[in-house]
Design a protein around this ligand. Sequence first.
Ligand code: ASP
Ligand code: MG
Length: 420
Amino acid sequence: MKFGGTSMAGTERIRRVANIVRAQAAAGNEVAVVVSAMAGETDRLVNFCREANPLYDPAEYDVVVSSGEQVTSGLLALTLQSMGCDARSWMGWQVPINTFANHANARVGDIDAEKLIASMQSGQIAVLPGFQGVSEEGRITTMGRGGSDTSAVAVAAAVDADRCDIYTDVDGVYTTDPRIVSRARKQKYVTFEEMLELASVGAKVLQTRSVSLAMKRGVRLQVLSSFVEEGAPSADTLPGTMIVSDEEMDAILEENNVERQSVTGIAHDKNEARVVLTRVPDKPGAVSEIFLPLGDAGINVDMIIQNVGRDKGETDVTFTVPQAELARAIALLEEKQSVIGFNRIISDANVAKISVVGMGMKSHGGVAALMFKTLADRGINVQAISTSEIKISVLIDADETELAVRVLHSAYGLDSQEAA
Ligand code: ASP
Ligand code: MG
C-alpha cells in the first residue's frame, strides 16, 4: 500500500490512513506500507537547500529532502501502534533499498527483502519511507520527484506482493483531468503502455519510472483514493483503476464484448517552452550543432521541427525544452551562436503540450487527422507535433489548453454519458 502526500498531510489524515492499513491487516493480509512526505514538505525542503547553497551538492540535498518521508513513516508507525497494531518503520538503509547512479535521481537496484519479509510474516506491519534509498557508498539517496511511487513498486516486486495499491487524492485514472472536463470518466482498466505514455506526457498520477518498473517486474498495480467514507468497498474489490498488460486488456474487452477505442486518455502539460532558432544554415551537421550542447548539459529536448529550407540555404528550427531549463538552454545556444550560425533565438513559455494516447491507435486510422481537424475547427493553431506508436502530441498556445482538452475529449467519444 502506498499513500501520497495529501493522504499523509497531518496527524488527522495519517489516522485515516492507519485505519485503511489496519483493515487490510485485519483481513489477514501481510502488509508493507510506503509513504510520501506531507504535501508541500518536499518543496519546502528543496527551497532550504537552494537558500543554503544555490549550487547544492546532490548528496547533501538527498540528506535534507529525504527527511520528509522519515517523519511520516515514523508517525504512521506510531499511529498504528496507538490502535494496537504491531508496526515498525524501515528506513531505506535498513531494508536496504539499494540504489545506484546519481544522487537526487537515483535508480532502484536490488532489494534484499529477507528481513522485511520475515517481519511481515511475523504479523508486523512494515512502514517504509518512499523516495529514499541507499547508495553503494552507504549514503542516503532519493529517486527523483514523485519517487515514492517507484519505491512502492520496487518493494512490491521485492516481497512478491499480490498487488501494489497506490492510494492518492483521486479515485483512479481518468480519461482526462476531471477539473477541466466534468464529463471525464474514471477508467476501470488502463494498459501499462498507455499509463507509461500518459505519465510521461504530463498526467501526474504516477511517476513514469514506477510504471516501467511495474511493467518489467509484472507488479499488479491499482490506483485508488484514500479519501473514502467509513464502510466503503475495500481495495480488493478493485474500486480504482487497474493497470493491466495488453493481453489482459484484450481478454477484458472480449469478455465484455466491446471494441478497443482509438484514444483512451488525453493529457496536458504546461511545463514546456518553445524555442525557435531562425535562419540556421540548411546543411548537414547543422542540427547536431544545436542539440549536442543541450544533450551534454542534460537538457531534455522533446518536440522538434525543422522548417522547409528557404532560398539562400537557410531554415528555421523549432523545439521544446522543459520551462525550468529554458534560461540555461538559451544561454548555451547564445554561446554557440557563431558555430551554429543562426540569426535569432525566439522563445515562448506560454505553450502547452496536449497529448492523446491509446493502444487502439495502432489499429485505427485517422486518429491524427481527427485531432488536427478538431483543433482547426476551433481556430487552435498547432505549433509543433510529435508522435509515438500510441501517442500524438501537439504544442499549442497555453491559453487554449482547456478548450483543446474539452473538444478533443468529445471528438474521441470519451465524454461520459451520465449527466455531468
Ligand atoms: N516527497 C517526494 C516528492 O514530493 C516523493 C513523493 O512524494 O513521491 O517528490
Ligand atoms: Mg506522487
